[in-house]
Ligand binder design. Structure first.
Ligand code: 5GP
Ligand code: MG
Ligand code: MG
Length: 178
């Protein structure tokens, strides 16, 4: 384990097992309709790659940036969605794939943007959920794990662009960001 990590919260094995289950559920739910999986960069890139490979039907993929944290561990409350004009989501069954739902602001903004583009259906998959921190109500359709109110990194999630490559989810030592 890396010295900057206080504790491993989710091991590679736990992640693998749970993501396979999510993949099976998604496969069953989208058996009769074409699925567009939308990766929310950058945090969900690792989860996304594993999730789409655990889905047993053809999946179209798309990528979009959403940033609300700027070298901080608190959401700024402002959400930037700069790539929206690049997306052709009209008429598609879109599955948003996020790394973590915290305040819910990012997903809420994203949801409104996509609903304004005439998607044929819209669902949300998130690897992690921190329900204690919710400010905006959001319905998540596929959730990997609920996590406590701690700042976590790894498996795609960063602090100041670091730690994304850790193969597990860990709690970052407070001295790193205090
Ligand atoms: P929300 O808009 O729900 O407050 O924030 C969601 C975004 O904040 C996530 O997509 C993620 O980028 C970031 N975030 C929230 N909690 C954490 C955390 O514990 N660790 C990391 N690395 N990012 C987080
Ligand atoms: Mg994210
Ligand atoms: Mg981040």
């Amino acid at each position: 384990m890396l010295a900057d990590i206080e504790k491993v919260l989710l091991t590679e094995e736990q992640l693998r097992t749970r993501i396979r289950e999510l993949g099976r559920n998604i496969t069953a739910d989208y058996r009769d309709k074409p699925l567009l999986a939308l990766c929310i960069l950058r945090g969900s890139f690792v989860f996304f790659a594993d999730l789409v490979r655990s889905v047993g039907i053809p999946v179209e993929v798309a990528f979009m940036h959403a940033a609300s944290y700027f070298a901080d561990t608190q959401s700024s409350g402002e959400v930037q969605l700069p790539d929206e004009a690049m997306l052709a989501v009209g008429g598609k069954n879109v599955l948003i794939v996020e790394d973590i739902v915290d305040s819910g602001r990012t997903l809420n903004a994203l949801k409104e943007t996509l609903l304004g583009k005439n998607v044929s259906s819209l669902k949300i998959a998130t690897l992690l959920d921190k329900p204690e921190r919710r400010v905006v109500d959001i319905d998540v359709d596929y959730c990997g794990f609920q996590v406590p109110d701690e700042f976590v990194v790894g498996y795609g999630l960063d602090y100041n662009q670091r730690y994304r490559n850790l193969p597990y989810i860990g709690i970052l030592k407070r001295e790193i960001y205090n």
